[in-house]
Design a protein around this ligand. Structure first.
Ligand SMILES: Nc1ncnc2c1ncn2[C@@H]1O[C@H](COP(=O)(O)OP(=O)(O)OP(=O)(O)O)[C@@H](O)[C@H]1O
Ligand SMILES: [Mg+2]
Length: 352
């Protein structure tokens, strides 16, 4: 068991920086991701859970025990830092063994444990090298091994993959997920990379300016974003936002997009809104909004079309798995019904 609860945590660094009134409940065994842009308070939150930072107010609980005033060493948590923080003059083996030596474990047991974990992480052959002689990915695994070998109740990871190249990041993601599943350790993982959140998280908390804006499974957040900010943060290529004007006519609403319009069923109670539509929900069809394709990006496995619409200053993007369009041609595009979001212009909250 290792449930973590943050109860109304505030850490105020002034000028609206820090974290504010943050409530989080992280379930035992869960892979929990804290996601948000730079400066939104991710590291601060993680450091408060680790005990490296004291909140101004609010309490931290581990399995219903109030640990707010416990020093880090009494929390039974392991933290993996972005820069790995390995001891440069120690071999990988000694780095991994370090927390066990501190626990006064016998030499034999230490050796056995280090060999075991090295095997799991495929680093047995580099154990006698120093960090300086290792690649980023290997260092990352040594740091991970050092965290795992402690057998903590909780793993805390602060952007542990951000220093790796794209290819290694993909394989390390799979490896991390695999290890976490195998060990079943409650994991709190911080990242600004929405793809990491999508692929790793059981649940994701999205922070903006130190405040929680949405908490759910990543897919649910993708499909039902609570605000413009969340919708714009999740998705690649990013969601299209279009300022629209709305006219109600009984059972239907007319949505004005630039100089054109289309109808939506239902009565939408606002006159102006921001329409959000994901590129995969923009379709070329027989009729719809007239759109000129001025550029198609070829990515190999998929194609991104940039459309210009009369009266709109931003492109509308669509994405497809086949190249089927010609630059410079006119097409008609439609937005898949049921996938159209409308957001309140003032509050940013989703109204449809
Ligand atoms: N010790 C501190 N003193 C003053 N301000 C701080 C301190 N630590 C963090 N901050 C500020 O609080 C905000 C949140 O910082 P935090 O490090 O938690 O962000 P983050 O989400 O981890 O960002 P990044 O993705 O860049 O790592 C930032 O604006 C930062 O400048
Ligand atoms: Mg950070």
């Amino acid at each position: 068991m290792a449930d973590i609860k943050l109860d109304k945590i505030t850490k105020d660094y002034g000028k609206h920086k820090g974290v504010f009134d943050l409530d989080l409940q992280i379930k035992s065994g869960e892979f929990f991701v804290i996601l948000g842009p730079s400066g939104c308070g991710k590291t601060t939150t993680l450091r408060i859970i680790a005990g490296l930072e004291t909140p101004d107010s609010g309490r931290v609980y581990l399995d219903d025990v109030d640990i707010t005033d416990y020093p880090p060493k009494d929390r039974n948590m392991s933290m993996v830092f972005q820069n790995y923080a390995l001891y440069p003059f120690m071999s990988a083996r000694d780095n991994i063994a370090f927390p066990l030596k501190k626990k006064k474990m016998s030499k034999q047991d230490i050796n056995r444990k280090v060999e075991e974990i090295a095997e799991t992480l495929s680093i047995s052959d580099i154990l006698d090298k120093k960090p300086g002689q290792l690649s980023g990915g290997q260092r990352q695994r040594v740091a991970l091994a050092r965290a795992i070998v402690k057998e903590p109740k909780v793993f805390l990871m602060d952007e542990p993959l951000s220093n790796l190249d794209a290819k290694l990041r993909i394989s390390m993601r799979a490896e991390l997920k695999n290890i976490q599943r195998k060990l079943g350790i409650t994991t709190v993982y911080v990242t600004h990379d929405q793809i990491e959140a999508m692929t790793l998280a059981d649940r994701t908390a999205i922070l903006d300016g130190g405040k929680l804006v949405q908490l759910d499974s990543p897919l649910k957040i993708y499909e039902q974003p609570a605000t413009i900010f969340v919708a714009g943060f999740m998705g690649d290529p990013p969601i299209n936002f279009i300022d629209v004007e709305i006219e109600n006519s009984g059972e239907q609403s007319i949505i004005h997009v630039g100089s054109q319009s289309f109808t939506l069923s239902g009565n939408i109670p606002v006159k102006k809104a921001v329409l959000g539509i994901r590129p995969e929900d923009v379709r070329v069809s027989e009729k719809g909004l007239k759109a000129k394709l001025y550029f198609e990006q070829v990515l190999g496995s998929r194609y991104i079309q940039h459309f210009k619409l009369d009266g709109l200053d931003k492109d509308v993007l669509s994405v497809s798995t086949h190249a089927q369009y010609k630059d410079g041609e006119e097409y008609y595009i439609t937005f898949t019904e049921g996938k159209i979001f409308l957001f309140d212009k003032e509050t940013g909250k989703r109204i449809l």
